[in-house]
Design a protein around this ligand. Structure first.
Ligand code: ADP
Ligand code: MG
Length: 332
């Protein structure tokens, strides 16, 4: 049973960034306005996510990390109309199976916080009173250490994994309204290195300015492209010839209804249309696809990152048309 659990867990938590993604989404679901991510040795030793959300009620301590425990909605027939990121109750149980999990939490009804320790099967093994503000801290130590092959792979790719994580956190920092994000890493005796620090002021514009800086923001233009009767793409895109991306996917962030997703086809399209605008850099693209439920299937891969539109050809076609208008006017 344990082996089966571990194999399944391996599908929700594929790597460092999918692990932290689940934790960050839990913070957002808990209504946090401040999310701090601390890593030690790029996450190899531990990673920790601290929020100021609602906290976890003591009645949930025992079941917290059991598979399929969720305090969120049960009806997930229409994933696009979900108001929470999580709904399957798999993240904490998977993280238990793959590393050493502790949770420190306090709700507004508790005078003190509790530090919870879980074993690999998700059972609560220790409970201790501790001091903390309202909110939750989840710490995962030694991810993958009980899976030798995966562990080796993880250590070998650690810098790449870390880069992927920082980029994912940028995505949340860009799209989340009114949430402050801080991410730092500590290696050896070196001082803490802060790689992301936003104030969470509000609009997408403000977020772009804090994440990428004012000069990048002024090189962008707002876009609003209709891709079907009831769907559109909103966001910002490099003006012709003014891209600041250093490589293909650098500074390209795509969302569906505010959820970060991978969209290689869209990225390819943006790069292709922009290419002729005589810049050696790549275009910046921050695009949110606003679609009604049913137009796409968000639940294709367990990490909810790979997204498929029911009518992809027509979506890409309309987008191409809209982007063409922007980039073909370069000689005007
Ligand atoms: P899901 O998010 O799908 O419900 P998870 O395994 O990610 O499942 O989390 C299990 C439960 O633990 C959540 O439903 C929630 O009740 C609680 N939880 C986890 N992280 C937090 C957090 N940062 N703040 C408040 N509650 C949390
Ligand atoms: Mg979750």
């Amino acid at each position: 049973r344990n082996v089966v659990h571990r194999i399944c867990s391996g599908q929700v938590i594929l790597d460092l960034s999918s692990a932290v993604k689940e934790l960050v989404e839990n913070c957002l679901d808990a209504g946090a306005t401040s999310i701090e991510i601390n890593l030690r040795d790029y996450g190899e030793d531990y990673f920790q996510v601290i929020d100021n959300g609602c906290g976890i009620s003591p009645t949930n301590f025992k079941v917290l990390a059991l598979k399929h425990h969720t305090s969120k909605l049960e009806d997930f027939t229409d994933l696009l109309n979900l108001t929470t990121y999580g709904f399957r109750g798999e993240a904490l149980s998977s993280l238990c199976a793959l590393g050493n999990l502790t949770v420190e939490t306090r709700t507004k009804n508790e005078p003190v916080a509790t530090l919870l320790t879980f074993d690999h099967s998700g059972l609560l093994t220790a409970e201790k009173k501790t001091a903390r503000q309202i909110g939750t801290t989840v710490t995962v130590r030694k991810l993958f250490s009980n899976l030798p092959v995966r562990s080796k792979e993880f250590k070998r790719n650690i810098r790449k994994e870390y880069g992927k994580l920082v980029s994912l956190l940028n995505a949340y920092a860009l799209i989340a309204k009114g949430v402050r994000f801080v991410c730092s890493n500590t290696t050896g005796k070196n001082p803490k290195s802060v790689v992301l620090n936003t104030q969470g002021r509000g609009s997408l514009k403000d977020n772009i300015i804090t994440v990428f800086g004012m000069s990048t923001f002024t090189s962008l233009q707002p876009v609003s492209i209709s891709i079907s009767d009831d769907s559109r793409v909103e966001g910002f895109l490099s003006k012709p010839g003014q891209g600041t991306g250093r490589n293909l996917a650098d500074r390209q962030y795509f969302f569906i209804n505010g959820r970060p997703v991978d969209m290689p086809k869209v990225s390819k399209l943006v790069n292709e249309l922009y290419k002729d605008t005589s810049s050696r850099k790549y275009p910046v693209a921050i695009l949110d696809f606003i679609v009604p439920g049913g137009a796409c299937d968000l639940n294709v891969t367990p990490d909810k990152r790979k997204v498929f539109f029911a009518d992809e050809t027509s979506v890409i076609g309309s987008l191409r048309e809209g982007l063409n208008k922007i980039y073909s006017s370069r000689n005007a």
